[in-house]
Write a protein that binds this ligand. Structure first.
Ligand SMILES: [Zn+2]
Length: 75
């Protein structure tokens, strides 16, 4: 049995469909909701989102510099 770190519920390994691997450790959750709340607290989601957003912003910025207000063309 593993303890859901979010709500404290006991989760059995074979039943747990919600798990997160982090730093060689596996965390088990009773529900998708608990898993998501854990990921949020651990900064997993925000980190990814933040990174991806910055990446997209940079791409948009570069496209804007290259193409100005004309429509970008692919090849
Ligand atoms: Zn839970």
């Amino acid at each position: 049995m593993h303890k859901d770190p979010v709500c404290g519920m006991e989760v059995s390994e074979e039943k747990a469909g919600h798990l997160v691997h982090l730093d060689h450790e596996t965390f088990y959750f009773c529900s998708e909701k608990c898993k998501e709340s854990f990921e949020e607290k651990a900064g997993l989601k925000t980190a990814k989102k933040g990174f991806f957003k910055r990446f997209l912003d940079r791409l948009a910025d570069e496209n804007h510099k290259t193409y100005g207000n004309t429509k970008p063309k692919c090849h």
